[in-house]
Design a protein around this ligand. Structure first.
Ligand SMILES: NC(=O)C1=CN([C@@H]2O[C@H](COP(=O)(O)OP(=O)(O)OC[C@H]3O[C@@H](n4cnc5c(N)ncnc54)[C@H](OP(=O)(O)O)[C@@H]3O)[C@@H](O)[C@H]2O)C=CC1
Ligand SMILES: C[C@H]1O[C@H](OP(=O)(O)OP(=O)(O)OC[C@H]2O[C@@H](n3cnc4c(=O)[nH]c(N)nc43)[C@H](O)[C@@H]2O)[C@@H](O)[C@@H](O)C1=O
Length: 347
């Protein structure tokens, strides 16, 4: 990928897409093409065909998707399967038709069986039943992986599938109904501390009541900062030929690139995560567990030996990442002055 190669980042306003744009711009890539979903609805086949025909991108980062936390996935399975199948099918197919040199498809570690042995190796794909709360989303993502592998096999394309673990960072979704756990807890602890959350007065009084954690708190999750993920995405997109070939696994006719996990290889329970965020935010009240909300899969720790073997490792540890994202939240979402914000003096 040259510095003036034409690169399409699909989903550039989202958590992942915005981090990829920040990363590739910082590395000097100048010819980046983007479209919002209102300018180009990637579910619309004719619009996608027209876009690829006119723009002819050479490289594609496919980070546009219907994404949400456990309750959003569980409540809207129709949208999660339909939108994701349509978006990825249109983009992957038209990338092939228009001769895209390389495409990176983003899946998720929720593609693996609910009770897969831990840590989860890439080859455990399709070896057991999925977690029911996100089955629709996972089926769509598995179809995307198989579509990339099928086009590689039949047409010799270079479409690589990356499976990140749970992510967090700037431009995350902080909506309490639809977000993932980490941004939700940052917002809940902050608002409770400021007196605007549960039982809060709304007038900034330090009410410090309680924060509700969904489920039992016992499930374990693995998190990586989205800046590490963006680094891994660029690493995979620019992989030298020898390392790319080391990713190939035997296919029925010719070798195909394997999917590849991207994670830290470290996990925490949801209770431990909540306690860490509580401390960073400086909340002094209680935690309450809401057992009417789903726990989801008990563990999904990725085996990251494949990506380590080709030379990539995450850099941002969870403590540093949490402090970094709380600072971003204070400035960009809560509108607080991070120099003077009460109890937040980590930078
Ligand atoms: N967040 C996480 O924890 C994880 C995410 N992933 C994967 O990473 C990828 C990106 O996720 P993330 O950045 O978190 O998601 P976000 O929800 O933050 O961003 C998704 C982006 O997709 C775009 N988009 C959605 N629907 C359409 C559509 N119909 N047409 C065009 N664009 C659309 C949106 O564009 P616009 O803003 O213009 O509306 C948005 O910018 C996904 O494939 C996801 O599965 C994998 C593991 C974990
Ligand atoms: C990335 C991944 O994200 C999703 O899977 P998930 O990891 O189960 O998602 P989650 O982040 O929403 O929850 C993690 C855990 O945390 C608990 N939890 C506590 N309190 C809150 C809370 O306040 N909000 C949320 N969302 N969860 C909470 C929650 O009950 C669960 O036990 C997928 O659907 C799937 O699409 C996918 O790929």
């Amino acid at each position: 990928m040259d510095k003036d190669s034409k690169i399409y980042v699909a989903g550039h306003r989202g958590l992942v897409g915005s981090a990829i744009v920040r990363k590739i711009e910082a590395e000097g890539y100048k010819n980046i093409v983007v479209r919002t979903s209102s300018e180009l609805d990637l579910r619309n086949q004719a619009a996608v065909a027209d876009f690829f025909h006119k723009e002819k991108p050479e490289y594609v980062f496919l980070a546009a998707a219907k994404v949400g936390g456990i309750v959003a996935n569980n409540s809207f399975p129709a949208e999660f399967i339909y939108d994701n199948l349509m978006i990825q099918t249109n983009v992957i197919h038209h990338a092939w038709l228009n001769g895209v040199t390389k495409l990176l498809f983003l899946g998720s570690t929720c593609i693996y069986p609910k009770l897969a042995p831990q840590p989860i190796k890439e080859e455990y794909l399709l070896t057991g039943p999925l977690e029911p709360t996100n089955e629709a989303y996972a089926i769509a993502k598995i179809a995307g992986i198989k579509m990339c592998q099928s086009y590689n096999r039949q047409y010799g394309t270079r479409f690589v599938s990356a499976m990140p673990t749970n992510l967090y960072g700037p431009n995350d979704n902080f909506d309490l109904e639809t977000s993932h756990v980490l941004p939700a807890l940052i917002r809940k602890f902050h608002e409770a501390k400021m007196g605007n959350g549960e039982r809060g007065t709304g007038n900034g009084e330090k009410h410090q009541a309680h924060v509700t954690i969904w489920g039992s708190g016992t499930p374990k999750r693995e998190f990586i900062h989205v800046d590490d993920l963006a680094d891994a995405c660029l690493f995979l997109m620019t992989l030298p030929e020898e390392q790319y070939r080391s990713l190939l696994i035997p296919g029925p006719q010719s070798p195909v690139p394997a999917l590849i996990n991207i994670g830290s290889g470290e996990e925490v329970t949801i209770s431990e995560l909540a306690l860490r965020i509580k401390e960073i935010v400086g909340f002094a009240g209680e935690l309450v567990f809401d057992s009417t909300k789903p726990d989801g899969t008990p563990r999904k720790l990725s085996d990251v030996s494949r990506i380590h073997a080709i030379g990539w490792k995450h850099k941002i540890n969870l403590e540093e990442g949490l402090r970094n994202v709380y600072r971003w939240y204070l400035k960009s979402v809560a509108g607080a002055d991070t120099e003077t914000h009460d109890g937040f003096s980590v930078y």
